[in-house]
Design a protein around this ligand. Structure first.
Ligand code: ATP
Length: 240
């Protein structure tokens, strides 16, 4: 395991980012995760810092380049700002200091700690929908969805409505949907907090498989097993 690449002379920095001559990245462009990797996707954080009270910085001077085919564990004590940094990377929260650039990342997918689904919709339909949206027939989409549910250890829950799933099952379902939607940037908040060891291992393996397919995967976690399953670690204690 290694630390996430700091934006040094050896790694791309914001100075390498597209200029006015290059097309601006469009976050919602319908590219697949594999496309995102081949298109040179990356997330560049340049001296990012954040405070909610204009007094105490949660973290500061975060300068990193995040690349496809890596799974970044975002670690740090409770309250150190992991979810906040995920929100900043997603573009939902403006950092108090510095800039974030998402370059050619394609679709951004967030998997929450307490996922929301459509209560009465079947699990399989949550995962089939992105395939249908890409033009597959209903039966093709269902077949692909079932394969993904199998990967996440949820095959036996495929025909359960969302509101009958446990918290851990619901979160794995949303990870499967993230894969189905071909996210180029996948942000995951505490994916294994509600899982037993076996289910957690299944999730950790799939995170890896997803990054191999070309996505940038960032996982906020307290779980040492999840951290060890990641390729890189960003420890917020290094940015206080
Ligand atoms: N919108 C907000 N307004 C004000 N304070 C906030 C807001 N969001 C988060 N905070 C505070 O910022 C700090 C960091 O929160 P955050 O959820 O990012 O930490 P975390 O490292 O993800 O925590 P945990 O590991 O417990 O989930 C906490 O003290 C939290 O109460």
């Amino acid at each position: 395991m290694m630390s996430a690449a700091p934006a040094t002379e050896d790694t791309p920095t914001v100075d390498d980012a597209p200029t006015a001559d290059a097309p601006a990245p469009v976050d919602d462009a319908p590219v697949t995760s594999a496309d995102a990797a081949s298109a040179g996707a990356r997330v560049v954080l340049n001296n990012v810092g954040h405070t909610f009270d204009h007094r105490d910085m949660l973290f500061q001077h975060v300068s990193l380049v995040l690349l496809p085919r890596h799974v970044y564990a975002l670690t740090g004590p409770s309250g150190s700002g992991k979810s906040t940094l995920l929100s900043i990377i997603a573009g939902w929260v403006e950092p108090s200091e510095g800039q974030v650039r998402r370059e050619r990342c394609g679709r951004v997918c967030w998997v929450f700690q307490n996922p929301h689904g459509v209560a009465r919709r079947l699990a399989v339909d949550h995962v089939a929908l992105p395939f249908v949206a890409r033009g597959e027939t209903r039966s093709q989409a269902e077949r692909h969805a079932l394969e993904l549910l199998d990967d996440f250890g949820l095959r036996h829950r495929a025909y359960a409505p969302f509101n009958a799933l446990s918290g851990g099952e619901a979160q794995r379902l949303m990870l499967a949907r993230g894969v189905a939607s071909h996210a180029g940037l996948l942000l995951v908040d505490e994916p294994t907090a509600q899982l037993d060891l076996h289910a957690a291992d299944t999730v950790n393996e799939r995170l890896h498989a997803l990054s191999s397919s070309g996505a940038i995967v960032i996982v906020a976690t307290h779980d040492p097993h999840t951290r060890d399953a990641c390729t890189d670690v960003i420890d917020l204690r290094d940015f206080q």
